[in-house]
Design a protein around this ligand. Structure first.
Ligand code: DAH
Length: 354
């Protein structure tokens, strides 16, 4: 009996060994998709699957060990079915995989949110102050002709004032240039002739300057123009004083100094008492107690005539200010180049929403 039973016994041990190997294989099976869970079912539980094959071995097991083998088979079957249930559940209700190691209680990744460019922030702020006073926004072309940028503004050819603004001319079209200031929009609005005019004109301007901490070949300005009957210098002063207080704080005091611009008569430059030191003297105001914020004046009658407007009936005021300069004052910066270098470390500091 012993001799006859021996090969049986060996076959039996091998079978049990095989089943243990399958069990290890099944336990470590991972499914990453609905398809691989189904592949598992076919391989182990299908009609031609491993479970069926192993069950078929029952008939080769000697009677006295059938009970023992039956138990092993049963455990194998339960393990395989349980595993399949697990794999199916991992696929989630809508068929998408939810990785078992995912921790849904962890905070999500923050979406990077952009911030407005400081030049846009300051422009929007300036524009909104004047809009509250009834000014409308007007725009003009950056590629301009000589008439609108210079001649109509009373800056005749060979006029020394043209030297103040080094100009980029367009090679192929000698009459065209990149506008050196937003004052061209004054002429374009006057030419339309819809009076009264009360506009604010923000935009980019160009000058042939060497780039440094204080100068750039392009920058931004805001132009203002008000033309109606009986507009006076007092109106100009009051409007710009209101603007300065809204922009730099209620405590600032205005100062108007006589100046010269070909397109205004009389002309002035406006200073405000230094909003950093309150007028005592600091590095922002270069220890003078005052900072210059804009140029302004009464529209020269010649401009009105150039645009077909009766200068005996209408008067007006105009002003122009640099956005970079305003931003540098407001944020106490000393290098203009930062505005155009796109350095995120600089740009991310500006989180205001206006
Ligand atoms: N266009 C002048 C400039 O670029 C600024 C300016 C001064 C504009 C006085 C005006 C003004 O309208 O009245 O330097």
């Amino acid at each position: 009996m012993r001799a006859a039973g021996f090969p049986y016994l060996r076959a039996m041990e091998e079978l049990l060994q095989k089943i243990r190997e399958y069990e290890a294989e099944i336990s470590s099976y991972t499914a990453t998709s609905a398809e691989s869970a189904e592949a598992f079912r076919i391989k182990y539980l299908g009609t031609k699957g491993l479970l069926k094959t192993v069950m078929g071995e029952m008939k080769t097991v000697p009677n006295e060990r059938k009970r023992e083998f039956g138990q092993v088979l049963n455990e194998f079957k339960q393990l395989t079915e349980k595993k399949y249930e697990e794999l199916k559940n991992i696929q989630g209700t809508n068929g998408h995989q939810a990785a078992p190691e995912m921790d849904f209680s962890l905070p999500g990744d923050l979406l990077p949110v952009g911030t407005r460019h400081p030049i846009s922030l300051i422009r929007n702020r300036i524009v909104s102050i004047f809009q509250r006073l009834g000014f409308a926004v007007a725009e003009g072309p950056e590629i301009e002709d000589d008439w609108h940028n210079f001649t109509a503004l009373n800056m005749l050819e060979n006029h020394p004032a043209r030297d103040m603004q080094d100009t980029f001319y367009i090679h192929q079209q000698p009459d065209w240039l990149l506008r050196t200031h937003t004052s061209n929009v004054q002429i374009r609005e006057l030419e339309k002739g819809h009076l009264p005019i009360r506009v604010i004109c923000p935009g980019r301007v160009y000058r042939n300057e060497t780039i440094s901490a204080r100068a750039h070949c392009f920058f931004h300005q805001v132009e203002g123009l008000y033309v109606d009957e009986n507009v006076s210098f007092a109106d100009l002063k009051q409007t710009l004083y209101f603007f300065a207080q809204e922009m730099y704080g209620k405590d600032v005091k205005p100062r108007f100094r006589p100046s010269y611009f070909p397109f205004t008569e009389p002309s002035a430059e406006m200073d405000i008492s230094c909003f950093i030191c309150g007028g005592k003297g600091c590095s922002v105001c270069k220890h003078t107690g005052w900072v210059e914020i804009l140029g302004c004046g009464m529209v020269h009658p010649k401009l009105l005539e150039n645009c077909g407007i009766d200068s005996s009936k209408y008067t007006g005021y105009a002003f122009g200010l640099g956005i970079e300069r305003s931003a540098m004052l407001k944020y106490q910066m000393n290098d203009l180049r930062l505005f155009s270098e796109n350095d995120l470390r600089f740009l991310k500091q500006f989180t205001a929403t206006y």
